[in-house]
Design a protein around this ligand. Structure first.
Ligand code: HEC
Ligand code: HEC
Length: 218
């Protein structure tokens, strides 16, 4: 047997076992989510006016990357610490919980109900209705600023980019984002080496962007 053959069998084995490690199991994701739901809500809708961010619909890559940052304590957060450690959430389970949260679709308006629907069915739908209240700030100024400074990464409608680490901002709690932007400005959280940019941005401009984003999901 040639060395090349042995080596390629060896690498093939490595890549197969790697593929198995990152297999996505949505049922496992749903099971893990029972723990996360304690803070982030049953449908990943977050809570307490954004003390707990929305996770539903964020790109799976972004969710997985943030969990890793919490694990390595590169993103420091006391409430998340016990849930991101290797015992509670082993590395190989991350793709499953990330995929589960990412595929949850929240709706921003109450739909017209079918007359034949039971009260319970209506309740289940109503639980997924989620709309960010209008944030203070000047919408037109926010729109211009957003399109100039943020759109290239966070997308035309603030919906982020699928299969990327660019999170959606539309539909995320205003208070949560303001808190993140403060951490970014202080260099406590990474954002594309943009700490100085956010530190220099005027409060009214940030607030205007928040106002614009808060009406994008109406
Ligand atoms: C005890 C409450 C609590 C529990 C339980 C919890 N989290 Fe969190 N999580 C938080 C808080 C608080 C934040 C916001 C951190 C911040 O302000 O920077 C957060 C942030 C996150 C973020 C970052 C979101 C973003 O938009 O950047 C992800 C991803 C996340 N949590 C995933 C999970 C997963 C997956 C689980 C279950 C395994 C979980 N969390 C369980 C409290 C919790
Ligand atoms: C060059 C690309 C890029 C640009 C431009 C950009 N962002 Fe981001 N943004 C990112 C990435 C990537 C992340 C995820 C950061 C990380 O790795 O933790 C992020 C994260 C965020 C978060 C945290 C979201 C969360 O769920 O925790 C907020 C808030 C945010 N950006 C706001 C803005 C605003 C407002 C602007 C415009 C003024 C902007 N960004 C411009 C790439 C960008």
């Amino acid at each position: 047997m040639s060395k090349v053959f042995i080596l390629s069998v060896f690498f093939c084995f490595i890549s197969l076992s790697h593929a198995k490690d990152s297999e996505i199991d949505l049922e496992l994701g749903e099971e893990i989510n029972e723990v996360c739901a304690g803070c982030h809500g049953e449908y990943g809708e977050g809570g307490k006016q954004g003390e707990y961010p929305r996770l539903a619909g964020l790109p799976a890559e972004y969710i997985a990357q943030q969990i890793k940052l919490f694990k390595e304590e590169k993103r420091k957060n006391i409430p998340m610490r016990p849930y991101a450690n290797d015992r509670e959430l082993p590395e190989e389970d991350i793709p499953s919980i990330a995929a589960f949260l990412s595929q949850i679709k929240l709706i921003s308006q109450m739909p017209k109900f079918d007359e034949n629907m039971s009260a319970y069915e209506k309740l289940l739908i109503a639980k997924k209705v989620f709309n960010i209240p209008r944030a203070e700030g000047e919408i037109d100024f926010g729109e211009k600023s957003y399109n100039r400074e943020c759109k290239s990464c966070h997308g035309k409608k603030g919906m982020g980019k699928k299969n990327s680490d660019m999170p959606q901002l539309t539909g995320q709690y205003t208070e949560y984002m303001l808190k993140q932007l403060k951490q970014i400005a202080k260099g406590e959280r990474e954002h594309d080496d943009d700490a100085d940019f956010f530190a220099e941005m005027k409060t009214e401009e940030i607030q205007a962007i928040m106002a614009y984003l808060s009406v994008m999901d109406d």
